[in-house]
Design a protein around this ligand. Structure first.
Ligand SMILES: [Fe+2]
Ligand SMILES: [Fe+2]
Length: 165
């Protein structure tokens, strides 16, 4: 059964969100490299691959269903942040926007009576729980270590370990 146009349009919108997140995370990774916070830099570099993989997953699925993926024009990401906390807050905002996008896709797939798309989107629903979890936790930790360079470096070290795992 062909992909309904309403569902196809929303999946293309989601494709844009995934690639936009990849670009934002690449910029955040560069920012952390420049701040000598190598753990955060590594973490965000890993997120770039993850977001690209999400985009690839959507493209592959659309093609499987005879849909037409459209590669989006990506807005230039912000390259500088006033503080690490601001970069993490940007990540939280992007993850929330991505979650909202997935939910919109899911609602459209349910309305279109398209169980195959619903099934694929369930994976993304779970993934977004994990994504929002790290973004929220890292933000909270940065709030806790505010003003402490030692605390920031210790946390960066922990994030570096998590980036390898
Ligand atoms: Fe994603
Ligand atoms: Fe994400």
């Amino acid at each position: 059964m062909a992909l309904k146009k309403t569902v196809e349009a929303l999946l293309n919108q989601q494709l844009e969100k995934e690639y936009a997140a990849a670009a934002v995370y690449q910029a955040i990774s560069i920012y952390f490299e420049q701040e000598l916070l190598k753990g955060f830099a590594a973490w965000f570099k890993r997120q770039v691959s993850e977001e690209r993989a999400h985009g690839a997953k959507i493209i592959e699925y659309m093609l499987d269903r005879g849909g037409a993926p459209i590669l989006p024009a990506i807005p230039a990401p912000k390259m500088a942040y006033a503080a690490p906390l601001d970069a993490l807050k940007a990540a939280v905002a992007h993850e929330r926007a991505n979650t909202a996008g997935i939910y919109a896709c899911l609602a459209a797939a349910q309305k279109a009576d398209d169980p195959a798309t619903v099934e694929v989107l369930q994976w993304f629903v779970k993934e977004q729980v994990e994504e929002e979890k790290w973004a929220d936790e890292y933000t909270q930790m940065l709030e806790k270590v505010a003003g402490s360079v030692g605390g920031l470096w210790a946390f960066d070290h922990r994030v570096e370990k998590l980036a390898q795992g």
